[in-house]
Structures are given as structure tokens and as C-alpha cells.
Design a protein around this ligand. Sequence first.
Ligand SMILES: N[C@@H](CCC(=O)N[C@@H](CS)C(=O)NCC(=O)O)C(=O)O
Length: 232
Amino acid sequence: MALDFYHGHGSPFSWRVWLALEAKKIPYELKVLSFQNEDTKKPEFKAVNPRGQVPTIVDDGYALWESLAILEYLDERFASGAKLYPGDAASRGRMRRLVAEMEAYLYREGVSPIVDELFWSGDKGPNPEIVAKARDKVRDELEYMAKELKGKFFAGDSLTAADCVMAPLLQYCKRITFRKPETKLLQHIYKAHAFLIQTPRESTVADAEPPSCVFDRGLAVRQQGCNHVFHL
Ligand SMILES: N[C@@H](CCC(=O)N[C@@H](CS)C(=O)NCC(=O)O)C(=O)O
């Protein structure tokens, strides 16, 4: 039975899981929730996930949320497709380290403060010092992570958990730069990851969806998912 995947467009956390489902070739039913309509706060969804957040999966009646927990679950539960945490204990330890570093430093100290300041600071407006510091952090972390690439992806030629976490963050940087060109976040990232070479630069709609390169099941899924684009 296909598992249910609750997704919201533009959510980098939700993308992680979408990429993983595709890379692992797991059958799933895409359930797109609209942030604008506050679908995530509706009682029927909170009955599934009391936090009211995407991503959430339901696998044969078992509900799970938190993107990183879901990635590990999918990898253990399904042998098909890409191995998200490949290799021996040391390799898997490295994978968990990369994911933890991306979450703690690239996202929490870099991308997130930029988004908070530039898009959610309301009447008081963005604090330029916070934005500048966070921008430097994004630059430093991307330089650090670029050194961790082993070929096309973080563990060679096949997509892993670290790639599922990195790609949406890079796309997020693209969307920030499209809306706020003065951040110039893009200039740091084009060499950083294989996904960026394979996604169009211009379209904000395309940039709010997962990259097409892992979608070997065709356009249907992507089109189904195109109804509500999350505008940063
Ligand atoms: N730590 C969570 C974060 C999930 C999260 O923050 N999801 C946001 C979207 S980016 C959400 O669903 N927010 C609900 C809402 O805004 O209504 C994870 O890794 O899955």
C-alpha cells in the first residue's frame, strides 16, 4: 500500500522527504496542504500530526513527522532505490554529521535568520547587521560543504540523506536571491552541488519544487504538486 506523504510547497523540510521518496522509489500518495489556506492547522490534519507541520508521512497507519526522522525511517524500512545512509558505521556516522551540520549551521545560523529578517520582520524592517552576518555564514558553510562532496553527491554518484537536506536549502537560497537580489546568495552556490546544474535559474515556480532530475516517474507527480506554490 502506498504511504501518504503530506507536503507543502516551498518547505525545504518537506522537499527532503519528497526527494528521498523518489530516490528510493517508494510508492506514495502526495497530499499537498496549502499554507495559505492553513490546511496544516485544520483539525483533520492535526489528528494525524498534532504539531500541524509538513512533512508528515503515514505508512500503513503509522504516522511520522520531523524530516530527519522520516529520512532514517524510510531508509531502514525500504530497501529499494538509493541508500540514504550508505556504507559502514563510519560512513553512516559521517552522513549523520553532515546532516546535523547543515541543520545547525547552514540553516539555523545562515538561511533562517536571513529569511526571518528579510521576509518576516514586519514594520520594523530587516536588521542589516544580522543579514550580513548570516550571509557570511551561508558563504562559509557552503564552502565547507563543497569540500565534502565526493563526486556528484556527498557520498559519490548516488543521492544520500545529506543531498536530500542540501538541495532544498540551495534552492531556498536561489529563491531568496530572486526576491532579494541584494543578498547575492547565489554567487556562492553554483559550484556547491550537482542539483543546481540541473535546475533552471529563472523560474521561481520551478525553484519552489524539488529538482526534476530525481523524478524519474515523470511529470504527473510534479504537475499534481504545482497547485499551490509557496511564495517566499
Ligand atoms: N523540524 C521540522 C520542521 C518542519 C516545518 O517547520 N514545517 C513548516 C513548513 S517549512 C510547517 O509545516 N509549518 C506549518 C505552517 O506554517 O502552517 C522538520 O524537519 O520536519
